[in-house]
Design a protein around this ligand. Sequence first.
Ligand code: UD1
Ligand code: CA
Length: 477
Amino acid sequence: MPETHVVILAAGQGTRMKSSLPKVLHPVAGQPMVEHVLRTAGSVSPVTITLIVGHQAAAMREFLGGRQGLQFALQQPQLGTAHALQQAEALLAGRTGTLVLLSGDVPLLSAATLRTLLETHHAAGAAATVVTALAERPYGYGRIIRTGGRIARIVEERDASPAQRRVREINGGIYAFDIAPLFDALRVIAARNAQGECYLTDLIAVYRRRKLPVETLVVDDPNEIRGINSRSELAEVSSIMRQNKNEELMAAGVTIVDPASTYIDPDVEIGPDTVIHPGVVIQGHTRIGSACEIHAYVRIADSELANRVTILNFCLIVGARVADEAAIGPFAHLRPTTEIGQGVKIGNFVELKETTLGAGSKANHLSYLGDATIGAHVNVGAGTITCNYDGQKKHKTVIDDGAFIGSDTQLIAPVRIGKGAYVGAGSSITEDVPPGALGIARGRQSNVEGWVERQKSNASNTEPRTRTRKPEPGTGN
Ligand code: UD1
Ligand code: CA
C-alpha cells in the first residue's frame, strides 16, 4: 500500500454562517465539525494530516494545535479550493503515494467510506477519484458531468446551465489523488483564474485533457457527503448525526423512547436494556451500564453510571460516578468528582460537589453536600448543609459509617461526625462529634404557659389607637 497523506480544507470564512466563530469550529453533536473530520482522517492511519487554515487562522491553530501528526498550512488570502490545496505543496514536497482531500465542513463522512475510497482508487490505478452521490436536492453542490458513462468534469451550481442543474449526481468535495501529477496540474487552474476563485473541481477536466485516469466512488447514502454552509444545514447535519447514534444504540439493545428528542454524543457508551426517556441529553465521554433507567429531561455529561441505576426526572449530572442500583432525583444536581456508592439514594433538590457517599447512604431531600466524605449507610436528613466555604477557603466534612444527621443541620467544616454518631435536628455543628455520641447544638426550647390567653385579654383591655407596637411572641407580655 502506498503512503496516505490527508489534507483538510478549512480556510474559508463560512460567510453564510454569519458568525464570528470559524465555520469548522461550530459544534456538531458536541464537537467542532472539523473534529469529526480529523477523526475520520485518523482512521486510515495517514502519515501526515495537513489542515489548510486562513480565516481566523490563529484561533484555529490555538484550538486544534498540539495534536500529534497534525500540521498547518496557511492560505492567505483565500482564493478558492484549488488555491487552498496548493498551500500543502511545500509540506508534502518529496512525498509520494495518495493524498486524500477532505473538507472541514463535511463531517458525516464515515471511516468505512474513506477506506472504500482508497481501495477504489488503488484498484482502478486512478490519478484522481471523486466521491459523489445521487442527491434528492442537488442544489448548491457541484454537478458531475459524465460522457460515455465516465466523469468528464464538475460544474459548480452558479456556472451550470439549466440542463446541468437537473443532474442529480453531486460532488462531495472529497477526493483521492495520486500525489505525483497533482501539484503541477493545480498550477494550470491557478494561472487560468488569476483574478477570480480557483476551483479545485476544474482539475477533473484538466486531468481528462492530460489523459490522467479519473474514477468516481458513488456512495449509497448522500447524507455522508452533506456539507455545512449555513446554520440551517448545521442543524440538519447535527440531527442526522444524532439519528445515526440513536440507531446504533438501539441496534445494541438500548431502548430510546423518543429518538427525535434524545441527544446523545458520538462517544457515549450505553449498555443493553437501559431505557432512555424523552428529552434526555447525554454528552461527552459518558458511560452508562446496562438495565439503567434515565427518566425524562435529564442531562448527563462526562459521567459514569454503573448498572441498574435510576435517574429520575430533571437531574443535571456532570463529571460524576454512580455505582450499581443507586437512585438519583428528581431534581438532583451532581457536580464534578461526585462519587455515589452502591444503592445510594439521592432525592429531590440535593446538590453534591466533590463528595463521596458510601454504599446504602441516603440524602433524600433538600441538601447541599460539598467537599464531603460520607461513609456507608449514613442518613443525611432533609435540609442538611455542609458549610464548606469560609469566604476564602474550602473545608472538608467527614461523616463516618452509619451516622445519622438530623434534619436542618449545618455542618460547619472542617468537621467530623464519628461512626454511628447522631446529630440532633436543627443543629449547627462546629465541633467534631465522637463515634457513637449524640451531637446537638441548638437553642433550648422554653414553653410559656397560658401566653395566648394573656395576649387576648391584654388586647381587649387596651384602646386600639394607643397601641403602638404589636406584642412580640416569646417576650411574655
Ligand atoms: C465545494 C465544491 C463543490 C462541492 C461542495 C461539497 C469547489 C469549487 N466546489 O463547494 O463542487 O459540491 O464543496 O461540499 O470546490 N476553502 C478553503 N479555501 C478557500 C475556499 C474554501 O480552505 O479559498 C475550504 C472551506 O473552508 C471549506 C471547503 O474548502 O471547508 C469547501 O469550500 P466551500 O466554500 O464550502 O465550497 P462549496 O461552495 O461548498
Ligand atoms: Ca461547503
